[in-house]
Design a binder for this molecule. Structure first.
Ligand SMILES: NC(=O)c1ccc[n+]([C@@H]2O[C@H](COP(=O)([O-])OP(=O)(O)OC[C@H]3O[C@@H](n4cnc5c(N)ncnc54)[C@H](OP(=O)(O)O)[C@@H]3O)[C@@H](O)[C@H]2O)c1
Length: 310
Protein backbone atom coordinates (compact mmCIF):
# COMPACT_ATOMS: atom_id res chain seq x y z
CA UNK A 1 0.00 0.00 0.00
CA UNK A 2 1.02 3.63 -0.39
CA UNK A 3 1.71 5.54 2.81
CA UNK A 4 3.24 8.75 4.11
CA UNK A 5 6.58 7.64 5.52
CA UNK A 6 8.80 9.42 8.02
CA UNK A 7 11.95 10.51 6.21
CA UNK A 8 14.23 13.00 8.00
CA UNK A 9 15.75 14.07 4.65
CA UNK A 10 12.36 14.99 3.11
CA UNK A 11 10.54 18.32 3.49
CA UNK A 12 8.70 18.36 6.86
CA UNK A 13 10.18 14.88 7.43
CA UNK A 14 7.54 13.14 5.30
CA UNK A 15 7.48 11.49 1.86
CA UNK A 16 5.00 9.34 -0.01
CA UNK A 17 6.23 5.74 -0.37
CA UNK A 18 5.10 2.18 0.14
CA UNK A 19 4.70 0.05 3.27
CA UNK A 20 3.44 -3.49 3.93
CA UNK A 21 -0.34 -3.85 4.22
CA UNK A 22 -1.44 -4.05 7.87
CA UNK A 23 -2.67 -7.39 9.25
CA UNK A 24 -5.79 -6.77 11.36
CA UNK A 25 -6.22 -8.61 14.67
CA UNK A 26 -9.57 -10.28 15.34
CA UNK A 27 -10.99 -7.15 17.02
CA UNK A 28 -9.83 -4.84 14.24
CA UNK A 29 -11.52 -3.75 11.03
CA UNK A 30 -9.50 -3.11 7.90
CA UNK A 31 -10.32 0.37 6.62
CA UNK A 32 -9.59 1.80 3.17
CA UNK A 33 -8.59 5.35 4.03
CA UNK A 34 -9.69 8.19 1.75
CA UNK A 35 -8.68 11.17 3.92
CA UNK A 36 -6.70 12.08 6.99
CA UNK A 37 -6.13 15.27 8.95
CA UNK A 38 -2.90 16.52 10.47
CA UNK A 39 -2.55 17.41 14.14
CA UNK A 40 -0.19 19.81 15.89
CA UNK A 41 1.29 17.05 18.09
CA UNK A 42 2.04 14.80 15.15
CA UNK A 43 3.93 17.37 13.09
CA UNK A 44 5.76 19.05 15.98
CA UNK A 45 6.54 16.11 18.26
CA UNK A 46 6.03 12.73 16.62
CA UNK A 47 7.48 13.15 13.12
CA UNK A 48 10.82 14.60 14.32
CA UNK A 49 11.25 11.78 16.86
CA UNK A 50 10.01 8.81 14.80
CA UNK A 51 12.02 6.03 13.16
CA UNK A 52 12.63 6.54 9.42
CA UNK A 53 10.02 4.59 7.46
CA UNK A 54 7.40 4.72 10.24
CA UNK A 55 3.76 5.22 9.24
CA UNK A 56 2.21 7.67 11.69
CA UNK A 57 -1.22 9.29 11.70
CA UNK A 58 -3.94 9.45 14.35
CA UNK A 59 -6.95 10.51 12.26
CA UNK A 60 -8.34 8.70 9.22
CA UNK A 61 -11.70 8.39 7.50
CA UNK A 62 -12.73 5.96 4.79
CA UNK A 63 -14.72 2.77 4.22
CA UNK A 64 -14.61 -0.59 5.96
CA UNK A 65 -12.78 -2.89 3.53
CA UNK A 66 -13.09 -5.97 5.76
CA UNK A 67 -15.16 -6.19 8.94
CA UNK A 68 -13.50 -7.38 12.19
CA UNK A 69 -13.24 -11.16 12.44
CA UNK A 70 -14.79 -11.17 15.94
CA UNK A 71 -18.03 -9.68 14.59
CA UNK A 72 -17.64 -6.33 16.31
CA UNK A 73 -17.99 -3.04 14.45
CA UNK A 74 -19.71 -2.17 11.17
CA UNK A 75 -19.99 -4.22 7.99
CA UNK A 76 -17.80 -3.92 4.90
CA UNK A 77 -18.63 -0.83 2.86
CA UNK A 78 -19.67 1.34 5.84
CA UNK A 79 -18.18 4.84 5.85
CA UNK A 80 -16.24 5.30 9.07
CA UNK A 81 -13.99 7.66 10.96
CA UNK A 82 -11.13 6.17 12.97
CA UNK A 83 -8.44 7.03 15.49
CA UNK A 84 -5.35 5.18 16.63
CA UNK A 85 -1.82 5.81 17.86
CA UNK A 86 -0.37 5.33 14.33
CA UNK A 87 -1.17 4.06 10.86
CA UNK A 88 -3.66 6.69 9.69
CA UNK A 89 -1.43 8.10 6.94
CA UNK A 90 -1.82 5.08 4.68
CA UNK A 91 -4.25 3.61 2.18
CA UNK A 92 -5.16 0.75 4.54
CA UNK A 93 -5.53 0.92 8.31
CA UNK A 94 -6.20 -1.89 10.79
CA UNK A 95 -8.14 -0.27 13.61
CA UNK A 96 -9.74 -1.46 16.84
CA UNK A 97 -13.50 -1.39 16.43
CA UNK A 98 -13.69 0.50 19.75
CA UNK A 99 -11.83 3.36 18.05
CA UNK A 100 -14.07 3.64 15.03
CA UNK A 101 -17.39 5.43 14.45
CA UNK A 102 -19.87 5.07 11.59
CA UNK A 103 -20.39 8.16 9.44
CA UNK A 104 -23.65 9.22 7.74
CA UNK A 105 -23.81 8.06 4.11
CA UNK A 106 -22.78 10.79 1.69
CA UNK A 107 -20.82 12.85 4.22
CA UNK A 108 -17.57 14.47 3.03
CA UNK A 109 -14.99 12.12 4.54
CA UNK A 110 -12.24 14.74 4.26
CA UNK A 111 -14.12 17.08 6.55
CA UNK A 112 -15.09 14.16 8.79
CA UNK A 113 -11.42 13.13 9.13
CA UNK A 114 -10.92 16.14 11.44
CA UNK A 115 -13.23 14.64 14.04
CA UNK A 116 -11.08 12.15 15.99
CA UNK A 117 -8.26 14.03 17.69
CA UNK A 118 -9.57 17.59 17.40
CA UNK A 119 -13.28 16.95 17.96
CA UNK A 120 -13.07 14.11 20.45
CA UNK A 121 -10.41 15.87 22.54
CA UNK A 122 -12.61 18.95 22.75
CA UNK A 123 -15.64 16.85 23.66
CA UNK A 124 -13.87 14.73 26.27
CA UNK A 125 -12.14 17.76 27.83
CA UNK A 126 -15.50 19.52 28.17
CA UNK A 127 -17.00 16.37 29.71
CA UNK A 128 -14.23 16.57 32.29
CA UNK A 129 -15.42 20.05 33.28
CA UNK A 130 -18.85 18.73 34.28
CA UNK A 131 -22.09 20.63 33.65
CA UNK A 132 -21.80 23.50 31.15
CA UNK A 133 -25.26 25.09 31.29
CA UNK A 134 -24.88 28.60 32.64
CA UNK A 135 -21.16 28.10 33.36
CA UNK A 136 -18.30 30.33 32.24
CA UNK A 137 -15.82 28.38 30.10
CA UNK A 138 -12.44 29.62 28.84
CA UNK A 139 -10.76 28.04 25.80
CA UNK A 140 -7.13 29.02 25.16
CA UNK A 141 -5.56 28.45 21.71
CA UNK A 142 -9.10 28.67 20.39
CA UNK A 143 -8.26 29.20 16.70
CA UNK A 144 -6.65 25.75 16.36
CA UNK A 145 -8.14 22.39 15.51
CA UNK A 146 -9.17 21.43 19.04
CA UNK A 147 -10.01 25.00 20.05
CA UNK A 148 -12.58 25.56 17.32
CA UNK A 149 -14.43 22.39 18.26
CA UNK A 150 -14.21 23.29 21.96
CA UNK A 151 -15.67 26.77 21.44
CA UNK A 152 -18.61 25.40 19.46
CA UNK A 153 -19.32 22.48 21.75
CA UNK A 154 -19.11 24.62 24.91
CA UNK A 155 -21.52 27.15 23.41
CA UNK A 156 -23.89 24.40 22.25
CA UNK A 157 -23.71 22.94 25.75
CA UNK A 158 -25.03 26.17 27.22
CA UNK A 159 -21.83 27.81 28.48
CA UNK A 160 -20.76 31.44 28.36
CA UNK A 161 -17.64 31.05 26.23
CA UNK A 162 -14.46 33.10 26.44
CA UNK A 163 -11.87 32.32 23.73
CA UNK A 164 -8.24 33.41 23.54
CA UNK A 165 -6.01 33.83 20.52
CA UNK A 166 -2.68 35.56 20.01
CA UNK A 167 -4.38 37.86 17.52
CA UNK A 168 -7.97 38.84 18.44
CA UNK A 169 -8.09 41.45 15.66
CA UNK A 170 -7.45 38.81 13.02
CA UNK A 171 -9.48 35.97 14.53
CA UNK A 172 -12.16 37.64 16.68
CA UNK A 173 -14.88 37.57 14.07
CA UNK A 174 -14.25 33.90 13.28
CA UNK A 175 -14.34 32.89 16.93
CA UNK A 176 -17.47 34.89 17.67
CA UNK A 177 -19.04 33.23 14.63
CA UNK A 178 -18.27 29.84 16.18
CA UNK A 179 -20.00 30.86 19.41
CA UNK A 180 -17.50 32.73 21.57
CA UNK A 181 -19.12 35.48 23.64
CA UNK A 182 -15.75 37.16 24.22
CA UNK A 183 -12.42 36.95 22.41
CA UNK A 184 -9.29 37.96 24.31
CA UNK A 185 -5.53 37.93 23.86
CA UNK A 186 -4.74 37.24 27.50
CA UNK A 187 -6.47 34.54 29.56
CA UNK A 188 -5.89 36.66 32.67
CA UNK A 189 -8.63 39.02 31.45
CA UNK A 190 -11.23 36.23 31.47
CA UNK A 191 -11.51 36.09 35.26
CA UNK A 192 -12.04 35.96 38.08
CA UNK A 193 -15.07 33.67 37.97
CA UNK A 194 -14.32 31.07 35.31
CA UNK A 195 -15.82 27.65 36.03
CA UNK A 196 -13.82 25.62 33.55
CA UNK A 197 -10.83 25.98 31.26
CA UNK A 198 -9.82 23.93 28.23
CA UNK A 199 -6.17 24.91 27.92
CA UNK A 200 -4.43 24.17 24.63
CA UNK A 201 -1.38 26.42 24.99
CA UNK A 202 0.21 25.67 28.37
CA UNK A 203 3.05 27.75 29.86
CA UNK A 204 2.16 31.26 31.04
CA UNK A 205 -1.32 30.91 29.54
CA UNK A 206 -2.05 27.86 31.70
CA UNK A 207 -0.91 29.69 34.83
CA UNK A 208 -2.93 32.81 33.97
CA UNK A 209 -5.98 30.70 33.13
CA UNK A 210 -5.72 28.82 36.43
CA UNK A 211 -5.83 32.10 38.30
CA UNK A 212 -9.18 32.97 36.69
CA UNK A 213 -10.88 29.89 38.17
CA UNK A 214 -13.74 30.25 40.61
CA UNK A 215 -14.04 27.96 43.66
CA UNK A 216 -14.49 24.39 42.50
CA UNK A 217 -13.31 25.27 38.99
CA UNK A 218 -11.31 22.88 36.81
CA UNK A 219 -8.61 23.50 34.23
CA UNK A 220 -8.10 20.62 31.81
CA UNK A 221 -4.58 20.77 30.45
CA UNK A 222 -5.06 19.33 26.98
CA UNK A 223 -2.29 20.99 25.01
CA UNK A 224 1.07 22.67 25.15
CA UNK A 225 1.18 24.47 21.80
CA UNK A 226 3.28 27.29 23.26
CA UNK A 227 6.04 24.92 24.32
CA UNK A 228 6.82 26.87 27.53
CA UNK A 229 7.20 25.68 31.12
CA UNK A 230 4.54 26.38 33.72
CA UNK A 231 5.68 28.29 36.83
CA UNK A 232 3.19 28.91 39.62
CA UNK A 233 4.21 31.75 41.95
CA UNK A 234 4.34 30.93 45.64
CA UNK A 235 0.85 31.25 47.11
CA UNK A 236 -1.10 30.80 43.90
CA UNK A 237 -2.17 27.33 44.99
CA UNK A 238 -3.27 28.47 48.48
CA UNK A 239 -6.88 27.67 49.18
CA UNK A 240 -7.58 30.43 51.65
CA UNK A 241 -8.88 33.19 49.40
CA UNK A 242 -12.44 31.99 49.11
CA UNK A 243 -11.60 30.10 45.93
CA UNK A 244 -11.13 26.57 47.24
CA UNK A 245 -10.93 23.24 45.47
CA UNK A 246 -9.65 24.46 42.16
CA UNK A 247 -7.91 21.80 40.13
CA UNK A 248 -5.63 21.22 37.18
CA UNK A 249 -6.01 17.87 35.46
CA UNK A 250 -3.88 16.35 32.75
CA UNK A 251 -5.49 14.83 29.68
CA UNK A 252 -4.66 12.27 27.02
CA UNK A 253 -7.32 11.34 24.49
CA UNK A 254 -6.06 7.81 23.95
CA UNK A 255 -5.17 7.22 27.59
CA UNK A 256 -7.01 4.55 29.52
CA UNK A 257 -8.31 2.83 26.42
CA UNK A 258 -11.85 4.22 26.79
CA UNK A 259 -13.93 3.33 23.72
CA UNK A 260 -14.34 6.37 21.51
CA UNK A 261 -16.62 4.96 18.83
CA UNK A 262 -19.83 6.47 20.18
CA UNK A 263 -18.29 9.94 20.48
CA UNK A 264 -16.74 9.70 17.01
CA UNK A 265 -20.07 8.72 15.46
CA UNK A 266 -21.92 11.51 17.29
CA UNK A 267 -19.37 14.14 16.28
CA UNK A 268 -19.35 12.90 12.68
CA UNK A 269 -23.13 13.22 12.58
CA UNK A 270 -22.95 16.80 13.92
CA UNK A 271 -20.32 17.76 11.35
CA UNK A 272 -22.22 16.06 8.52
CA UNK A 273 -25.44 17.91 9.43
CA UNK A 274 -23.64 21.27 9.59
CA UNK A 275 -24.21 21.68 13.34
CA UNK A 276 -20.44 21.74 13.85
CA UNK A 277 -17.88 23.50 11.66
CA UNK A 278 -14.78 21.33 11.38
CA UNK A 279 -12.63 24.38 10.71
CA UNK A 280 -10.86 23.07 7.62
CA UNK A 281 -8.32 25.76 6.76
CA UNK A 282 -6.20 23.79 4.29
CA UNK A 283 -7.08 20.87 2.03
CA UNK A 284 -5.08 19.17 -0.66
CA UNK A 285 -3.71 15.85 -1.93
CA UNK A 286 -1.44 13.92 0.41
CA UNK A 287 1.43 14.53 -2.02
CA UNK A 288 1.42 18.05 -0.55
CA UNK A 289 1.51 16.96 3.09
CA UNK A 290 4.78 18.82 3.73
CA UNK A 291 3.25 22.19 2.86
CA UNK A 292 0.43 21.69 5.35
CA UNK A 293 2.73 20.32 8.05
CA UNK A 294 5.12 23.28 7.76
CA UNK A 295 2.25 25.77 7.93
CA UNK A 296 0.81 24.09 11.02
CA UNK A 297 4.21 23.98 12.67
CA UNK A 298 4.86 27.65 11.83
CA UNK A 299 1.54 28.82 13.31
CA UNK A 300 0.48 30.07 9.85
CA UNK A 301 -2.37 27.59 9.56
CA UNK A 302 -5.22 28.10 12.01
CA UNK A 303 -7.69 25.24 11.98
CA UNK A 304 -7.47 21.80 10.40
CA UNK A 305 -5.38 20.57 7.48
CA UNK A 306 -7.01 17.76 5.49
CA UNK A 307 -5.13 15.43 3.15
CA UNK A 308 -7.05 13.54 0.47
CA UNK A 309 -5.52 10.20 -0.52
CA UNK A 310 -6.28 10.69 -4.22
N1 LIG B 1 -3.63 15.58 25.34
C1 LIG B 1 -4.20 15.16 24.23
O1 LIG B 1 -4.70 14.03 24.13
C2 LIG B 1 -4.26 16.12 23.08
C3 LIG B 1 -5.19 15.94 22.06
C4 LIG B 1 -5.26 16.88 21.04
C5 LIG B 1 -4.39 17.97 21.03
N2 LIG B 1 -3.47 18.08 22.01
C6 LIG B 1 -2.57 19.24 22.06
O2 LIG B 1 -3.39 20.41 22.13
C7 LIG B 1 -2.74 21.50 21.53
C8 LIG B 1 -3.64 22.10 20.47
O3 LIG B 1 -3.82 21.15 19.44
P1 LIG B 1 -4.40 21.62 18.04
O4 LIG B 1 -4.41 20.43 17.18
O5 LIG B 1 -5.63 22.41 18.24
O6 LIG B 1 -3.21 22.59 17.56
P2 LIG B 1 -3.26 23.81 16.55
O7 LIG B 1 -4.31 23.57 15.52
O8 LIG B 1 -1.87 24.05 16.11
O9 LIG B 1 -3.75 25.03 17.46
C9 LIG B 1 -3.00 25.53 18.53
C10 LIG B 1 -3.39 26.97 18.73
O10 LIG B 1 -2.65 27.45 19.86
C11 LIG B 1 -2.33 28.81 19.67
N3 LIG B 1 -0.96 29.09 20.09
C12 LIG B 1 -0.61 29.94 21.07
N4 LIG B 1 0.69 29.98 21.22
C13 LIG B 1 1.21 29.17 20.29
C14 LIG B 1 2.54 28.84 19.93
N5 LIG B 1 3.60 29.36 20.55
N6 LIG B 1 2.71 27.98 18.92
C15 LIG B 1 1.64 27.46 18.27
N7 LIG B 1 0.36 27.75 18.57
C16 LIG B 1 0.17 28.60 19.57
C17 LIG B 1 -2.53 29.13 18.18
O11 LIG B 1 -3.54 30.11 18.10
P3 LIG B 1 -3.21 31.65 17.87
O12 LIG B 1 -2.11 31.74 16.84
O13 LIG B 1 -4.53 32.17 17.38
O14 LIG B 1 -2.83 32.18 19.20
C18 LIG B 1 -3.02 27.84 17.56
O15 LIG B 1 -4.15 28.04 16.71
C19 LIG B 1 -1.41 20.96 20.99
O16 LIG B 1 -0.40 21.17 21.96
C20 LIG B 1 -1.70 19.48 20.86
O17 LIG B 1 -0.53 18.69 20.87
C21 LIG B 1 -3.38 17.19 23.03
Amino acid sequence: MRALLVDPSAPAGLRLGTAPDPEPAAHQALVRVTATSLNHGEVTLLVPGAEPGAVLGWDAAGYVERAAADGSGPAAGTPVVTVGEAGGWAELRAVDTALLGAVPEGADLGVISTVPVAGASALRALHRLGPLLGRRVLVTGATGGVGRYAVQLARQGGAYVVATTGDPDAHGELLRGLGAHEVLADPADAGPDVDGVVDLVGGRQLVAAYETLAAGGTLVSVGHAGGDDEHFAHGVLYGDLGRHDRSVVSFFLLGGGAPLGRDLAWLAGRVASGALDAGVAWRGPWTEAAEAAEALRGRRLHGKAVLDLA
